[in-house]
Design a protein around this ligand. Structure first.
Ligand code: AMP
Length: 223
């Protein structure tokens, strides 16, 4: 089995790229956040254990997360490999993944970082506005309303969610960037980290990721 790890801060567009690469290679995208949300919805013991952490925006403990991820990698559709999205999020998770893959006679092939500077992440994450009557969503730069501060659809005032306010977003982002830096460091030390500029348009970022994979025979796209 061949495993690709996609890394990026919240707002970097990592999830979008994971979907595109999974389709491109015909492999499952395995996202621990999705697995936790599904488990919480189904009310499984694992889901109930994870729910409190998720609601507080904290990382779920490594033992729970690693166990769930490895079980998912043993499913038949991941036999040829998987694109990991949102895992590993800590150095301990990265080390546990290395050990588990070594037991299966394989290793992480590449860790791809969708790199976006903190200032741009803040702009992306704090630019969201909702209309006060029906929750229609807008974004300062990506999807601005025709008239600033007014909903195109129903003319109501646009408001910002409490947790989208810059000071709240900054605090959460700084925590998450610290953990991401550890994981990036782990793969850089292993010599398999490649970073691409995540400020470019979505299709350009995808091309850069595919180019980064070209030297690795299994992931080569060109004939
Ligand atoms: P996400 O959809 O990736 O933003 O994840 C949603 C939530 O699930 C996170 O805020 C964490 O509480 C939890 N979670 C997802 N992936 C991990 C992980 N690798 N380690 C710990 N917690 C995680």
């Amino acid at each position: 089995m061949r495993v690709l790890v996609l890394l990026g801060a919240p707002g970097a567009g990592k999830g979008t790229q994971a979907h595109v690469l999974a389709r491109h290679f015909g492999l499952p995208r395995v996202a621990t956040g999705d697995l936790f949300r599904a488990a919480a919805r189904d009310g499984t013991p694992l889901g109930l254990a994870a729910r409190g952490y998720m609601e507080r925006g904290e990382l779920v403990p490594d033992e729970i997360t690693v166990g769930m991820l490895l079980e998912r990698l043993d499913a038949p559709d991941a036999e040829r490999g998987a694109i990991l999205d949102g895992f590993p999020r800590t150095r301990a998770q990265a080390e546990a993944l290395d050990r588990a893959l070594a037991d299966r006679g394989t290793a992480v092939d590449a860790a791809l970082l969708v790199d976006v500077p903190t200032g741009e992440l803040l702009r992306r994450l704090t630019g969201r506005w909702l209309c006060s009557s029906a929750g229609h969503t807008y974004h300062d730069t990506a999807y601005p309303p025709r008239v600033a501060g007014i909903c195109d659809i129903d003319g109501s005032a646009l408001i910002q969610r409490d947790d989208d306010r810059p000071e709240i977003v900054r605090a959460r982002l700084e925590q998450q960037l610290g953990a991401l830096a550890d994981v990036v460091d782990h793969y850089r030390t292993a010599g398999i980290l490649q970073a691409v500029d995540g400020r470019r348009p979505i299709a350009a970022v995808t091309n850069d990721l595919l180019d980064a994979l070209e030297p690795i025979p299994y992931w080569r796209t060109s004939p």
